[in-house]
Design a protein around this ligand. Structure first.
Ligand code: NG6
Ligand code: CA
Length: 490
């Protein structure tokens, strides 16, 4: 199938949303009508993966089409980390630019800024504008990391030059500035692990900052701020093709919903911000509809990694979860090598072109790059998208066949190989469970093998029964990890 028109592409990307967190993926304690509607109008994938079980690596792969562990810097970054994508190197947004699109990123960035020792009071170089985006309005890292300010293009938004910002990730609090550790009486949400440094808006974060008072974000309005910027971008570029990466911050910690959603889910702040996320998606879909762009726009929704309940704040996520299972029937969650770490909600809609339905094609976010390059007739250079597969037919529902094999990453460098329905987890040192977050990580002194057919929850390790399969998968994983890339033709 060839596509003569150039559809807009909007990727809405949640932060730490699990496979079981949406009602269209089986949640019953939460209702997510806008996302359910999107899934109903498009293709709902049941075997869609993020490339990694944490944010930075996963987003790195989304934008570069390359496995994150090929770049040793692609680990959870501090808020003052340098940009880990080389300016001028091939990226998916850059490919969209080459195809004549205007490109934008709004929301969570977490891929680093500058070249190190960044002065937040000067022009930020490099930034998203140097790796394929025409427009950017982001938070530098995460909502639990300083600096708690928005960055528009090369500048901190709303910064008063007379009140410069200072940021450090060394264990060096600014004299006289309160911290969660020393001033718990100032906190409106207590930390449970980590997150005991600078206090911003009554919430202690990771890292220390001082100054920039007028530029500080307000957690309650963050959803509205990002939504407004995302909608303005769409409106401003409605008359020609655009690519928007709308990286929503929910339901990452600290979970602080706007007043309309506070207390509405019955599951505490984590549930409330999922309702808020769903509403934001609904607003974006409504905007596209009102502009008459419905049939001209591919809308994708997914999440950067699996779910976690207690990720460092006492917000009752564990106590109020009841029988809600954020990873659905999958084992593990965020940080985990089990499927709960990387298998995520994954929906694509293109009304009028893609027939609604469900698909169990094996897909990964890493594949958008090569797939959309094919859709747009863009050639990929030899150093681009090193692990991205053209699965366009599966993405658009023309085929049920996606990838045959996929490598996912738990925490840094801990790789898992899925081939067909078989999952191989090598032996890795380390604790079986991260007791802070209470998630099974998948570390074991012995290699593990699971057949997902009939064992979706990875409960029956069959490694002992299939030693030959284990040996083969082990050498294949070594081969993949030593190769320059896996994309056919490179
Ligand atoms: C961890 C943080 C966690 C979260 C995560 C990044 C602690 C104890 N934990 O180091 O709260 O911020 O990093 O999440 O500090 S991610 O979704 O961006 O990968
Ligand atoms: Ca995340």
């Amino acid at each position: 199938m060839t596509y003569t028109k150039k559809p807009n592409v909007v990727i809405m990307y949640a932060d730490d949303l699990g496979y079981g967190d949406l009602s269209c993926y089986g949640a019953t304690r939460l209702q997510t009508p806008h996302l359910d509607g999107l899934a109903k109008s498009g293709l709902q994938f049941t075997e869609g993966y993020a490339a990694a079980a944490t944010c930075t690596p996963s987003r790195y792969s989304l934008l570069t089409g390359t496995y994150p562990w090929r770049n040793t810097k692609a680990a959870i970054l501090p808020g003052d980390a340098p940009l880990i994508i080389e300016p001028g190197s091939p990226t998916m947004p850059g490919m969209f630019q080459d195809a004549g699109y205007t490109t934008g990123v709004v929301g969570k960035w977490h891929l680093g800024l500058g070249r190190g020792e960044l002065d937040w009071n000067k022009e930020i170089d490099p930034c998203p504008l140097d790796v394929g985006f025409d427009y950017s309005y982001t938070m530098a890292a995460t909502n639990d990391r300083v600096p708690c300010v928005y960055v528009e293009g090369r500048n901190v938004d709303g910064l008063d030059p007379d009140d410069p910002i200072e940021v450090t990730y060394e264990d060096r609090p600014f004299p006289g500035m309160p911290t969660g550790r020393d001033n718990p009486e100032l906190l409106r949400m207590m930390y449970s692990h980590g997150h005991d440094m600078s206090i911003i808006n009554g919430v202690s974060r990771i890292g220390y900052m001082r100054g920039g008072t007028k530029a500080l974000w307000d957690d309650e309005t963050m959803a509205d701020v990002f939504l407004d910027k995302a909608i303005s971008f769409v409106k401003d570029h409605a008359d020609k093709p655009f690519f928007l990466y709308y990286a929503l911050h929910q339901p990452h910690v600290p979970r602080i919903p706007g007043p309309r959603f506070a207390g509405k889910s019955g599951l505490g702040p984590r549930g409330d911000v999922i309702l808020e996320l769903d509403w934001c998606v609904g607003q974006m879909l409504q905007c596209l509809g009102e502009l008459g762009l419905g049939e001209d726009t591919i809308v994708i929704f997914s999440s950067d990694n699996g779910p976690v309940l207690d990720d460092g704040y006492v917000d009752q996520a564990v106590e109020l979860a009841g029988d809600h299972r954020p990873a659905g029937q999958l084992r593990g969650g965020k940080y985990s090598m089990y499927d709960g770490g990387t298998r995520v909600p994954y929906v694509l809609s293109w009304p009028g072109t893609v027939n609604p339905g469900k698909s169990d094609a094996l897909l990964c976010h890493i594949d958008f790059y090569a797939s959309f390059a094919t859709m747009l007739g863009q050639e990929l250079s030899n150093d681009a998208a090193l692990d991205s597969f053209d699965v366009l037919d599966a993405l658009l529902g023309q085929s049920k066949k996606g990838r045959r094999e996929l490598v996912t990453e738990g925490t840094q460098g801990k790789l898992v190989l899925r081939q067909g329905n078989t999952v191989y987890i090598p032996s890795y040192p380390g604790p079986a469970i991260n007791t802070n977050v209470n998630i099974e990580l998948g570390n074991s002194p012995r290699a593990q093998l699971y057949h997902l057919d009939g064992d979706l929850g990875q409960q029956r390790d069959v490694a002992d029964e299939y030693p030959e399969a284990v040996a083969k998968l082990s050498s294949r994983l070594t081969e993949i990890s030593k190769a320059r890339g896996t994309r056919p033709g490179i």
